[in-house]
Ligand binder design. Structure first.
Ligand code: FES
Length: 87
C-alpha cells in the first residue's frame, strides 16, 4: 500500500523514502537530490532548480520541486519552534 502511495505523490510522504523518487524526468533529478540541495543551502525553488538542474526543460516538475522545498521549510520551522520552546 505504501509503495502505491509513493508512486504518484513522492512529496507527500512524511518520512524519508527508502529509495529515491525521480521528480524531474528531463534532468533525472530525484527527491533526494532536492533534499541534498536544500541541506547544502539552497533556500528557494530557483536555487534548488539551478543547483540540481530540475525544471530547466519542460517545467512540468516545478510544482513537485516547490512542494519539496516547502516541506523542508515547514520542517525547519517546526525545529525552530521546538528549539524556542526548550529555551
Ligand atoms: S520534468 Fe523537470 S524539466 Fe521536465
Amino acid at each position: 500500500m505504501q509503495d502505491q502511495m509513493r508512486l504518484g505523490l513522492p512529496h507527500l510522504t512524511t518520512s524519508a523514502p527508502e529509495s529515491p523518487v525521480i521528480v524531474c524526468h528531463c534532468a533525472v533529478v530525484s527527491d533526494r537530490d532536492v533534499h541534498t540541495a536544500v541541506a547544502q543551502g539552497a533556500r528557494t525553488v530557483g536555487a534548488v532548480c539551478r543547483s540540481t538542474g530540475a525544471a530547466q526543460d519542460c517545467g512540468s516538475c516545478i510544482f513537485t520541486v516547490k512542494a519539496l522545498v516547502c516541506q523542508h521549510q515547514a520542517q525547519d520551522r517546526e525545529l525552530l519552534e521546538v528549539d524556542g520552546a526548550a529555551s
